[in-house]
Design a binder for this molecule. Structure first.
Ligand code: APR
Length: 272
């Protein structure tokens, strides 16, 4: 081969080298994306079911597989922003909240403190201590139109759309939980904020209106306080007026350390 011909072949090769490399990289990227997509979706779906069943099975006497199926049917193959509160009716009917007399504990902006008090102590129960609440606490779930999969990532945020699968569940379940309350009911509110009773909260907008005076004797505020708000706080005065007037209202200021001490007491006597 002449020198000139060798040069031509090299030129031709180098002309194709870059597009070829790009093509190979693109194909590899597509393969990686597909493999990752398939495995991650599978894991997410299995993860939600596994978490749900493991948590549910900590409670005796429930058919957790059936509860899972009823739960899943509410949101799979649906737009995640188009799941109404009523869509959860069959789930609530399948796992009704037991009537809890003198044991119901509601809360708002006190997630950590209230569960420190109720976990491991059967005296008071929050919705998260019930089989349904516990099985779904801190989880995120949604479906997608045209798919039978369940998803745990990419689901709408709480306030992203009104009828999202997670928000609708907690609102529907909280309504049923409050309707099941009876006798003396407690609520733990946060005294380190200026509006412990916030009208937009689930407690104010869903639970308070459903406390039924034919069953509920009193609503007892436990205000976890560190000096910002006390029982004379304006928002608490408004709670008093919003409450069915036949329900007795009480308010007690407690400290975090009183809660810690109380949670260590095995008996259900009064703590404050
Ligand atoms: N993102 C996700 N979840 C949220 C969000 C949000 N932005 N806001 C509220 N929630 C859900 C979560 O489950 C959270 O743990 O509501 C819970 C409590 O929210 P708070 O604002 O602290 O209180 P509140 O809205 O009053 O709801 C608590 O509702 O579930 C019932 O019985 C329960 O009495 C309790 C009340």
């Amino acid at each position: 081969m002449e020198r000139g011909e060798v040069g031509d072949v090299r030129k031709k090769r180098s002309k194709w080298a870059i597009p070829l490399v790009l093509l190979v990289v693109l194909v590899l990227l597509i393969i990686i994306a597909v493999v990752l997509g398939v495995t991650l979706t599978g894991r997410q779906s299995a993860g939600l079911k596994t978490d749900f069943l493991n948590r549910c099975q900590n409670f005796k006497g429930y058919d957790c597989e059936n509860i899972w199926k009823t739960f899943k049917q509410v949101f799979v193959n649906r737009d995640p922003c188009n799941v109404s509160e009523e869509a959860y009716d069959p789930l609530i009917a399948a796992v009704p909240f037991k009537r809890l007399c003198n044991q119901t504990m509601l809360w708002s902006k006190t997630n950590k403190a209230v569960h420190e008090l109720t976990t491991g102590r059967d005296c008071l129960q929050t919705i998260e201590d019930t089989v349904l609440g516990s099985s779904l606490n801190n989880l995120s779930w949604c479906g997608m139109k045209g798919s039978e999969e369940t998803f745990t990532t990419g689901c709408p945020e709480w306030n992203e759309c009104v009828n999202n699968s997670v928000r609708s569940f907690w609102r529907r379940a909280s309504a049923a939980f409050a309707e099941a309350a009876c006798g003396d009911v407690s609520v733990m509110l946060n005294g380190s904020i200026s509006t412990p009773f916030n009208p937009t909260s689930v407690f104010a907008s869903i639970e308070v209106p459903r406390l039924n005076s034919t069953k509920v004797k009193s609503l007892n505020i436990v205000l976890v306080t560190n000096s910002v708000s006390n029982c004379s706080n304006a928002s608490l005065q408004s709670l008093k007026t919003k409450l069915d007037q036949r329900i007795v209202y009480t308010c007690k200021e407690v400290t975090e350390s009183q809660i810690t001490d109380c949670s260590a007491k095995p008996d259900c006597g009064r703590c404050w």
